[in-house]
Design a protein around this ligand. Structure first.
Ligand code: DUC
Ligand code: ZN
Ligand code: ZN
Ligand code: ZN
Length: 484
């Protein structure tokens, strides 16, 4: 059996930094120590040897707003690998009244050319006995996270009744609910008003979704989760109002997690104002970019631990697709890319500025989410027995981000022109070398599904703490009269 040794680097985990060689056989780490030997040597001199990044929020080849997001599992996982990300978690979105299992089959069919490992979150886009029953089967298939859209009225949005029912079901199944927290009713009304007044340009998108819309929904979801007796994960936290709700809940003792995106950390609302139409429309995503005060709030949350994960919400549309919204900003497909740039940008803007330590960088790009999703230490770890998903990070390598050299197949990059310092020298996916500096050797089909177990005792919320010695019985069918 052939082996590889990553030699001469500094192992950096969420806890520790120490000089060591890392030996790999059969796709897993078999030894960590001094003076290791192997059949093939990868030189890590001057580099950090870190767990590969995990991006828990992508939309690859997703049907959305009348089109499909353009990066698929092939280009998306390749882009991830090029930037040090070795696992993505994509959202499976059933249509209203569609079987969750049928939707899952459709999503699974998209993954044949994935070059890095992947998992799924299941979205709850409608409610009924079928959904209640199928959620148990979805959990049995290793998908233990359920997403709820509080916005996109008329398509993906669920109301509080549906959300409360689903959250209670998640509690019973040991699953974690996720929310896209924006008040969809308020957004719909503000959108209609802006359009009626003739404000139809891309900046109208930002005006229609102010931070209050997000803060209100985040507070509401937290309270509903606590009443259902389940923790909560808030995706794409973009503003102080939402961060404040999460901080307050955590201070009270609730298990609430918050995920800012690299886009909101790095880009601000000036991207929408007094800009050329294409420029602004390419940056239309939900939630929209915010001002500097909100950005500072997100950075401080990552440093203090009140926010735990940096993701991308990678959902890439071409300029041509964005132009569907000329004359009506509500028809601009929402979404931006970021898979390739998340780690280099977070390193450059976070570690190089002193806002984050290298260990905190590992925590927020990989280890924390592996623990939350319950795939640690298979993923997110440099430990004997862990998958050899490894990035050998060269803190001195530089580049200028440009669409001309990106792996994403869209025609622009929202970070065009940003200088980054800190890039992969090598990226390994289960022991296979996919990236050597600028050389991309991602192998379509190599990526495998990562199934996850229910979360066990950590899936308790504050309101159910008293029940810790009397675990609930998992009910596999039939909607119970009450949630407990
Ligand atoms: N926001 C986006 O910008 N795109 C995809 C879905 C979402 O919530
Ligand atoms: Zn969202
Ligand atoms: Zn999303
Ligand atoms: Zn392989």
């Amino acid at each position: 059996m052939s082996s590889k040794v990553i030699k001469g680097g500094t192992v950096v985990t969420a806890d520790l930094s120490y000089p060591a060689d890392v030996k790999i056989e059969d796709g897993v780490i078999v030894e960590i120590g001094k003076n290791l030997t192997g059949d093939e040597v990868l030189d890590a001199t001057g580099c950090y040897v870190m767990p590969g990044g995990i991006d828990p929020h992508t939309h690859l080849e997703m049907p959305f707003m009348g089109t499909y997001s353009t990066d698929d599992f092939e280009s998306g996982t390749r882009a991830g690998l090029a930037g040090g990300t070795t696992m993505v978690v994509d959202f499976c979105l059933p249509n209203p009244n569609q079987s969750l299992l049928e939707a899952l089959q459709m999503w699974d069919n998209k993954t044949a050319k994935a070059s890095a490992d992947y998992s799924f979150h299941m979205a709850i886009t409608w409610w009924g006995e079928q959904v209640f029953n199928e959620m148990a089967e979805v959990v049995d298939r290793g998908i233990t996270t359920f997403k709820h859209f509080m916005a996109y009225k008329g398509s993906l949005m669920v109301d509080d009744d549906e959300m409360f029912s689903s959250f209670q079901r998640c509690a019973d199944l040991g699953a974690l609910p996720l929310v896209h927290a924006e008040n969809g009713d308020v957004v719909a009304q503000m959108t209609a008003k802006l359009l009626a007044e003739g404000n139809n340009g891309p900046e109208g998108h930002a005006y229609s979704r102010p931070p209050e819309v997000e803060g209100e929904a985040t507070n509401r979801a937290i309270m509903i989760a606590d009443m259902a007796g389940v923790p909560l994960y808030v995706v794409h936290v973009s503003c102080e109002q939402s961060h404040e709700a999460i901080r307050r809940a955590r201070a009270k003792g609730m298990r609430v997690f918050g995920e800012p995106l690299i886009q909101h950390l790095v880009l601000d609302e000036s991207e929408y104002f007094n800009q050329d139409w294409d420029y602004a429309a390419r940056r239309v995503m939900s939630p929209p970019f915010r001002n500097k005060q909100h950005q500072d709030s997100l950075w401080s949350g990552l440093a203090s631990g009140s926010l735990q994960v940096v993701a991308t919400d990678h959902c890439a549309f071409t300029t041509e697709q964005k132009r569907n919204g000329i004359g009506n900003f509500a028809k601009i497909p929402n979404g931006t890319g970021g898979l390739e740039d998340r780690m280099p940008l977070l390193w450059t803007k976070g570690v190089n500025t002193g806002r984050l330590t290298p260990n905190e960088f590992v925590a927020v790009t990989s280890t924390n989410i592996a623990k939350i999703l319950n795939c640690y230490p298979k993923k997110g770890a440099i430990l004997v027995g862990a998958d050899a998903d490894i990035v050998v990070w060269d803190p001195k390598r530089k580049k200028t981000i440009s669409a001309a050299s990106q792996q994403s197949i869209i025609d622009y990059n929202v970070f065009e022109g940003f200088e980054v310092e800190g890039l992969p020298r090598y990226v390994l996916t289960r022991g296979e070398v996919a990236i050597v500096e600028d050389k991309v050797d991602a192998r379509p089909g190599h990526g495998q599904f990562v199934g996850r177990e229910p979360r066990g005792a950590v899936n308790r919320a504050l309101s159910t703490w008293k029940e810790i010695t009397a675990p609930r019985k998992v009910q596999r069918s039939g909607i119970p009269a009450t949630g407990v």
